[in-house]
Write a protein that binds this ligand. Sequence first.
Ligand code: SAH
Length: 473
Amino acid sequence: MAFLFGKMNVEEKIMAKVKLPVQKNQKITATIADLTYEGMGVAKVEGYPLFVQAALPGEEVVLHVLKTNKNYGFAKVVEWITKSPARVEGNGNAYTQTGIAPLQHLAYAEQLKFKRKLVVDLLKKAHLEDLEVAPTLGMSEPLHYRNKAQVPVRMVDGKLATGFFRKGSHKFVALKDFLIQDQRIDEVLQVCCEILQKHGISAYDEEKHQGTLRHLMVRRGYYSNEVLVVLVTRSAKLKDAQQIAQEIIATCPDVVGVLQNINSAKTNVILGEITQNLAGKNEIIDELNGLKFKISAQSFYQVNPIQTEKLYNLAIAQAGLSGQETVIDAYCGIGTISLNLAKHAKKVYGVEIVEQAIEDAKQNAKLNGLANLEFEVGNAEDWMATWQKQGIKPDVIVVDPPRKGLTESLITSATQMQPQKIVYVSCNPATLVRDLQSFMEKGYHVSAPLQPVDQFPQTAHVETVVLMSRVDK
Ligand code: SAH
């Protein structure tokens, strides 16, 4: 026993001493009190939270406790005693279980309220409850919006099947209708499977690290309707590769290019480093607000084109440009926001850490005949400091950072350049609220209601645009 105890980790030792209000495998009746930021239901048992997939606030449920940690546990619903009026039935559990659409069981109007509340609650926690939050800007048809799919392929009953993994596991769930993807993408995926099947291509077997086809990636231009197909394979060898590519194009005339990406690593990362052309073009062209963008297999490109236009238009309107301004676009990707800003400003500087993205950004500027942009490869933080030293005086700074948000040093350099306005486009309200506090300490105030925008309907993600202005001294 002493030996066993010695092998326990700290958490288990504490658990052995503290009796929790629920035990693993116990069945209990509870009422769901809230939703987490990930969209899980929360039931509290004597103050101890249990996280429950697919359960909604107000629902009375019979729970089976799956796992208990020191401060929280997980449970699943075995029976609904009452259901929420906000529940949407009929799409099936797979979408919730796989994490494709973890909020699909919640009515869309309620999803929009939930996303606004996430922002409101975070502001309250930071004692910023005075800041106003506008209602979430949603979509009129919040399904089939994704312009990009990356789906695993596995062998099911001897056939190639597309699907998804269950959240937190490697259990494959076969699926053909992905609910939130452009439906033409779903069709092209099935055509690809049939053709690959006909040529006897096997699917990847993760456990044995054998088999050929790992993933299919498909991108589709919302306005151009051009489709790009990427076959992600375990090794360079793909039997009948050219013929397969030709057949895909012959069956789907909207496919403008078929590529092969090789990923031989034992990894969850989808794409490997080498991509080769099997037929047609290496990229598609799509439009946003009438501007053309070249999108290659690996480019970062917003996945919801309809909402992206709304998001960018909002950011541009908040920047309040007259044509005379100098603007910095930090975290610019392939220059989508930069080019939109450049139409309304004198000069735009963009910075982005991925070299290929900056190559694309420069080409995109040319493609649209815009000459008032300068793009730099590197860390936004370093470039902000460099521009500051060079004496560049931006009127507006736009930032669109990844989930981890901004650094103190970037905020310091940005505010020392004293732009009149800062527009913050955020994909993570938690880091947004943290960063707003820092801007406020450095002479800026939030000068319009925070605007959540629903870029990812049926999921728990929320994008927010915030306008800040310099406090006049
Ligand atoms: N504004 C673009 C991209 C936003 S996504 C658009 O709307 O399409 C965030 C971008 O920040 C990504 O392209 C990522 O490569 C880039 N990035 C991440 N860390 C960075 C850093 N430290 N410095 C500069 N760019 C960074």
